[in-house]
Design a protein around this ligand. Structure first.
Ligand SMILES: N[C@@H](CCC(=O)N[C@@H](CS)C(=O)NCC(=O)O)C(=O)O
Length: 218
C-alpha cells in the first residue's frame, strides 16, 4: 500500500465519498481508514487530519486535505479524471469548484444518509433553489459535452461526476421533484460500479455508528 485515505462513516460522509471516488478512479493503492463520525464533531480527527476533517489522503509522502485538492492530486497521476479537451476541462473544473463551495441549503436540509428513504423530506425554498441550479448544471453540461455516455462529460465518470455523486444519493433518499433528464443522470451515477461498491460498504457498517440526528428524519 502506498498510503492511507482517511474517511468518515460511509453512510453519512458525502465529502469522504468524493475523495474515495477520486482515489479509486485514479487507481491509487491506499488503505481506507474509516473514522466513525460523531454527532457533535469527531475529536479523533484533530490528531489525524490537518483540518480535522475527512477526506484526508497520505500518499507517497504527499499529505492532502480538502476534496478538491485531492481531486487535483489524483488528476496529476491520472489525467483522465478531467476531460481531455481544454474547454470541457475548464467547465468541469468550474462546476466541481461550485459544488465544493456551495449548496449549503441543500446539504443542511437533506443530509446524506445512504440507508434512508424519506420522500418529500427537506424541501425548503432554499434547498429547492439549490436543486434547480444543480439540475441546470447537469442539463447544460450534458447538452454541451455529454453526448457520448450517461455522465456529465459523456462516457467517462470524471472528477466532476465524483463531486456531484453525493448529491445524487440525496436525490435518491429524499426524492425531490426532478426533471426526467436529472433522474436518468441520478440512475447512471447510482449504477456506477464504484458508487455501488460504496453503498455496499456503507450497508455493512456497524449499526452502532448510526447517529440519531441523521436517522430520525420525519
Ligand atoms: N471542505 C472539505 C469538507 C470536509 C468535511 O466537511 N468533512 C466532514 C465529513 S462529510 C467532516 O470531516 N466532519 C467532521 C466531523 O463530523 O467530525 C472538503 O472538501 O474535504
Amino acid at each position: 500500500m502506498a498510503g492511507k485515505l482517511y474517511i468518515g462513516t460511509r453512510r453519512y460522509s458525502s465529502w469522504s465519498l468524493r475523495g474515495w471516488l477520486m482515489v479509486r478512479l485514479a487507481g491509487l493503492l491506499v488503505e481506507d481508514v474509516v473514522i466513525p463520525l460523531q454527532a457533535a464533531g469527531t475529536p479523533g480527527l484533530r490528531a489525524l487530519s490537518p483540518n480535522a476533517l475527512v477526506p484526508y489522503l497520505e500518499h507517497e509522502g504527499a499529505k492532502i486535505w480538502e476534496s478538491l485538492a485531492i481531486a487535483e492530486y489524483c488528476a496529476e497521476l491520472a489525467p483522465a479524471l478531467w476531460p481531455a479537451e481544454r474547454i470541457a476541462r475548464a467547465h468541469a473544473r468550474a462546476i466541481a469548484a461550485e459544488m465544493h463551495a456551495g449548496f449549503g441549503a441543500l446539504r443542511r436540509a437533506m443530509p446524506m444518509n445512504l440507508g434512508r428513504h424519506v420522500p418529500g423530506y427537506g424541501q425548503t425554498p432554499e434547498s429547492l433553489a439549490d436543486i434547480s441550479r444543480i439540475e441546470d448544471i447537469i442539463a447544460t453540461s450534458r447538452a454541451a459535452y455529454g453526448a457520448g455516455g450517461p455522465y456529465l462529460f459523456g462516457a467517462a465518470f470524471t472528477a466532476a461526476d465524483a463531486m456531484f455523486a453525493p448529491v445524487m444519493t440525496r436525490f435518491l433518499s429524499y426524492e425531490p421533484p426532478l426533471k426526467a433528464a436529472t433522474r436518468h443522470y441520478v440512475d447512471a451515477v447510482r449504477a456506477h460500479q464504484l458508487v455501488a461498491a460504496w453503498y455496499d460498504l456503507a450497508a455493512a457498517e456497524a449499526a452502532t455508528w448510526r447517529l440519531d440526528k441523521y436517522e430520525n428524519l420525519t
